[in-house]
Design a protein around this ligand. Structure first.
Ligand SMILES: [Zn+2]
Length: 325
């Protein structure tokens, strides 16, 4: 059994709404007939797997993927004016709920209109209580503002009340102007922005203040497992790092979950050694060009850990997270 916790889909109603013209995202069609979503600083190609659910089911069947927790991906709804963001997030979430109703293969995880934090808190409550989602996927910064910023605390308060999952997924990072060549933005900027988001949430005291939130970091947490010793050293060295928390960052970050979308066995092993096999979630990043269903399977299979731990990574940990307490 495998539950793929990190992969993406654009519901039809969302793409239709973007085409209506009142969005900041512009759509063009590429040479292969795929819509291209253009937004400030970047674009995404919506290949068939991103937008054709029947095709996607056939791909899953061929590749023995039992279930996928589908989330939106960049650009997200926060790039829009608040009113449009609220409308789009609702369309996406209702679209995911409908897909999940029609096929046991799919489970939705919410998207939030984070350019409007109050509306985001309400939408999180709706997707959890009415649509039965376990929580939401949020981006690693919101138009340059850190997730730890106090304006987002109403969202974390609601997430805490709901004991919701908050999956942090990268987006255009701060400092993106230094990443224009060689796809450095997704290759370097994305994982580092996730790292920055997680460290800031911990040092700001957000994680301490809202302890029931189940935080999940994309791409094995960026560099978190590798850098955590340095974060702890900062905690001991600098009084500013102790202003909002009274125990080392590693003690919080060990409680986080990490999706396996970094297919290097040594990186995976480091994350397991740090957070435990019971905190790693199988993920593919399908159908992005940089994602891989094959590597999701092979990287886990090659780990030198017990079969029970591999099963936990493949599906047991995700199954536990998908049920709200
Ligand atoms: Zn992704």
């Amino acid at each position: 059994m495998i539950i793929d916790f990190h992969n993406h889909f654009y519901p039809k109603a969302y793409l239709d709404a973007l085409r209506s013209g009142s969005s900041r995202v512009q759509i063009t069609i590429d040479d292969e007939g795929n819509p291209r979503l253009h937004y400030p600083g970047d674009y995404n190609i919506a290949v068939r797997g991103h937008r054709d659910i029947a095709y996607r089911e056939s791909v899953m069947q061929e590749n023995n993927v039992d279930r996928q927790v589908i989330s939106l991906t960049t650009p997200g709804t926060h790039v829009e004016e608040p009113e449009m963001a609220v409308r789009l997030a609702c369309l996406v979430n209702d679209g995911f709920a409908e897909i999940a109703r029609n096929s046991k293969r799919f489970i939705g995880i919410g998207t939030l209109p984070l350019s409007d934090p109050a509306a985001s808190a309400k939408e999180l409550d709706r997707v959890c209580r009415q649509l039965g989602f376990c929580g939401a996927m949020v981006f690693s910064n919101i138009n340059g503002v850190a997730l730890s910023d106090q304006r987002f605390w109403p969202v974390w308060e609601t997430a805490n009340d709901l004991a919701a999952v908050i999956h942090i997924h990268p987006t255009s990072p701060v400092g993106v102007e230094a990443m224009k060549d060689y796809w450095l933005m997704p290759l370097v900027g994305f994982p580092l922005d996730t790292t920055l988001a997680a460290a800031s949430l911990v040092f700001s005291g957000v994680v301490d203040r809202f302890p029931r939130i189940k935080w999940v970091l994309g791409h094995l947490g960026g560099a978190i497992p590798y850098l955590v010793e340095r974060l702890d050293r900062g905690f001991h060295a600098f009084k500013e790092c102790r202003e909002n928390i009274d125990r080392p960052p590693s003690t919080y970050l060990r409680e986080f979950y990490y999706d396996s979308v970094n297919f290097d066995g040594r990186a995976l092993q480091l994350a397991i050694d740090f957070a435990g096999a019971n905190h790693i979630l199988a993920g593919s990043d399908y159908p992005h060009q940089i994602g891989s269903l094959d590597k999701m399977f092979s990287s886990i299979a090659a780990l030198k850990i017990s079969e029970a731990d591999k099963e936990a990574i493949r599906s047991g940990n995700a199954a536990r997270l998908l049920v709200r307490d």
